[in-house]
Design a binder for this molecule. Structure first.
Ligand SMILES: Cc1cc2nc3c(=O)[nH]c(=O)nc-3n(C[C@H](O)[C@H](O)[C@H](O)COP(=O)(O)O)c2cc1C
Length: 426
């Protein structure tokens, strides 16, 4: 299957409609496709009206937490006493997630348009687009698009800066990102104060994910009621969502579906199912930071904020990692824990020590030197890592460990009892 793939009939292509069309990247090509009309429409309205429209649409943040976007915008001070800032989170470092990259690669003007509309709504005069450092190609495409649209006078007085990250996962956390923009070490800040009160440079700030902002022009042109109508299950989850599917499926790719779409159909129909001769074992539905689903949970899960929670996990950033029956779950969980240990900013003891010890214990189990008490120790550690730190990186390490032990305990026990050959984990 080529890339980008031809949309499956069950997809609802809104943000990904022009993926693969090089002409859509150009300023002229974007305008030809109706681009920047939504910005004009928004600029003709009072900022508060734009906020209300986005509120009515039900749009929720696509960066992980699912916070209602219009409500977040409404937290910005109404009276403008200080400069207002908008930060765009294009850091996208969550393992398993690769959709913001594609939005920037194929439709850079969609993001720029959404950014300018949001800036108008929150009365910001400066917007920073913080792009993951490794995204060299998307950065070059965004840079060209920004230069062209700026020359065409699209942004008026709004200043948009592209800010390149330096490869730290933690800089995707909103307040770490703001510190990073300020030239400081990317450590998350204690909240409150929340960004709307004191964000980047201590000024009122709103931060949104790339996919969130790319959806905004559609809401303006087609209307809040239309967007709200894009919902297959829960009225609290509206619009379309890009799911980055990777792992043991036949056609890993980004798929755009309406909220509430069955995960089973995404895996078996859109992605072509498992590799020949293999069966589904487990799935992480929302990027590596969320609990693992077993086969039954995967096959009965609806992909929206409520549906995934009902199955005991979270929609997160929409990175769907699929595991077939050949997967060593203990090894996979160790690899995830190792990632978090490497990426912890080390400010909070529970995170710094917890992620490191979780990794060590999992490595010990895989090496055939685990003890029965290690499983309780891991669960105890995870409990102390959940809900106790400045940001949720620590919780993100604990989630796959706790769900993994709960659902695949016998695999851990096999290593501990010597029934499974030790694995070298260098
Ligand atoms: C450790 C960590 C990493 C994060 N990485 C990202 C990221 O790469 N991209 C992103 O949009 N949000 C990321 N987030 C979530 C942001 O803190 C924030 O919730 C999001 O940018 C808000 O935008 P939204 O409301 O449009 O979703 C991360 C959060 C944490 C705790």
């Amino acid at each position: 299957m080529g890339y980008p793939h031809k949309p499956h009939p069950k997809e609802t292509v809104l943000l990904s409609r022009y993926f693969g069309e090089a002409d859509a990247r150009t300023y002229k090509g974007w305008v030809k496709r109706g681009g920047y009309a939504a910005l004009e429409q928004a600029r003709a309205m009072e900022p508060a009206r734009v906020v209300d429209i986005v509120k009515e649409s039900g749009l929720r943040g696509r960066g992980g937490a699912g916070f209602p976007t219009g409500l977040k915008w409404s937290f910005m001070p109404k009276e403008k006493k200080k400069p207002h800032y908008l930060c765009v989170n294009a850091d996208e470092s969550e393992p398993g997630t690769f959709k913001d990259r594609e939005i920037m690669r194929w439709t850079p003007h969609a993001l720029l348009e959404g950014t300018a509309i949001a800036a108008h709504a929150i009365q910001a005069e400066v917007a920073y687009i913080y792009i993951r450092g490794e995204f060299t190609e998307p950065l070059a495409i965004m840079d060209k698009a920004l230069t062209d649209a700026r020359s065409a006078g699209v942004f008026g007085n709004l200043k948009i800066h592209l800010h390149r990250g330096a490869g730290a996962y933690i800089c995707g956390e909103e307040t770490a990102l703001m510190n990073s923009i300020e030239g400081k070490r990317g450590n998350p800040r204690i909240k409150p104060p929340f960004p709307a009160a004191a964000g980047v440079f201590g000024m009122p700030t709103t931060i949104n994910n790339v996919e969130t902002l790319a959806a905004v022009p559609h809401i303006l042109t087609k209307g809040a009621a239309w967007y709200k109508g894009l919902s297959l299950a829960s009225p609290k989850s509206t619009g379309t969502k890009l799911f980055s599917v990777c792992g043991h499926v036949q056609h890993p790719a980004n798929y755009e579906v309406t909220m509430g779409f069955p995960l089973k159909d995404l895996v078996y129909e859109l992605c072509g199912g498992m590799r020949p001769g293999r069966t589904l074992k487990a799935c992480i539905p929302g990027g590596s930071s969320v609990p693992i689903l077993d086969r039954a949970e995967t096959e009965s899960c609806l992909l929206d904020y409520e549906g995934v929670v009902e199955r005991g996990s979270m929609l997160g950033s929409g990175g769907v990692i699929v595991f077939d029956d050949s997967t060593d779950m203990v090894y996979q969980i160790m690899r995830l824990a190792r990632f978090y240990a490497h990426e912890s900013c080390a400010q909070c003891t529970q995170c710094r020590e917890g992620t490191a010890w979780t990794t060590k214990i999992l490595e010990r189990i895989l090496a055939g030197q685990g003890k029965t008490a290690d499983l309780d120790l891991l669960l105890d550690l995870s409990e102390n890592m959940t809900g106790k730190t400045i940001c949720v990186l620590s919780d993100s390490c604990a989630a796959p460990v706790v769900s993994g032990i709960k659902k695949f305990r016998s695999e851990f026990e096999d290593y501990i009892a010597g029934r499974r050959k030790p694995v070298m984990v260098a």
